[in-house]
Design a protein around this ligand. Structure first.
Ligand code: SAM
Length: 224
């Protein structure tokens, strides 16, 4: 188990926290449906337009290198959305068999054409695949959408499918100020903690894969 940032080459987004704070509870209620509004509605209620733009290609390259993936091996992306990472993993490693699972039927129905038939609608709590059936499992910004008990169950499921061969990234903060910015911004997370607290959760789940944190940086211009 190692702390390693496989999203180091993901572009940084600017976040207008003040704008999202208006009607926050209503926005949160709508976002939690993980439907059209969350993916392709306004920025206040989610992504504000979840469209493929190739930004996952460098991350896919780093994942392939990190896990030494090769043609014929199998990868699962839990919380795959419309399958952008699934598509890019297959692009950078031809012959790699990549699949996805997401709770959102909207995302799966509106997936990238290259991944039709590879994405399943389902819940990270119960991954409908045999033990040790994948060479790597990814769950990027997904399991923190469950409560603490659910996180532990999802982590056990990930571990079951690919013992020691997974990568998760979860919402975290390192200071009270970062926690405040995160709480002001976030719409769907149920479990978020300081990195050392997360490590206790990972240990309690018996998770032996790799991990890193999604930490919102404070933007003085756009912070309340
Ligand atoms: C913040 S998005 C991350 C999407 C993608 N992994 C990325 O990093 O861009 C969270 C994703 O997890 C999905 N999701 C939320 N709860 C889930 C659950 N319990 N099981 C499976 N997917 C879930 C959402 O529908 C959404 O696609």
């Amino acid at each position: 188990m190692a702390e390693v940032n496989l999203l180091a080459r993901y572009p940084k987004a600017r976040r207008n926290v003040k704008e999202r704070m208006v009607h926050k509870e209503e926005n949160r209620r709508i976002a939690l449906r993980f439907g059209k509004e969350y993916f392709d509605g306004t920025r206040e209620q989610g992504y504000g337009g979840y469209r493929y733009d190739g930004r996952w290609i460098p991350i896919a390259e780093d994942i392939v290198r990190h896990f030494k993936l090769r043609a014929g091996q199998r990868v699962l992306d839990v919380g795959c959305g419309k399958g952008f990472l699934v598509k890019d993993l297959m692009k950078v490693c031809p012959g790699l068999e990549v699949f996805g699972l997401d709770i959102s039927e909207y995302a799966v129905v509106n997936c990238e054409p290259e991944v039709v038939g590879r994405l399943h609608v389902g819940n990270a709590l119960h991954l409908p695949f045999p033990d040790r059936s994948f060479d790597a499992v990814l769950a990027i910004n997904t399991v923190h959408n469950l409560d603490r008990t659910g996180c532990i169950q999802a982590l056990r499921e990930i571990e079951r499918l690919a013992p020691g061969r997974a990568y998760i990234q979860v919402d975290a903060y390192r200071s009270p100020e970062e926690r405040q910015v995160f709480e002001d911004w976030m719409l769907t997370a149920q479990t978020y903690a300081m990195p050392r607290e997360w490590e206790k959760i990972l240990a309690e789940a018996g998770y032996t894969g790799d991990y890193y944190w999604t930490i919102l940086e404070i933007d003085p211009e756009w912070t309340t």
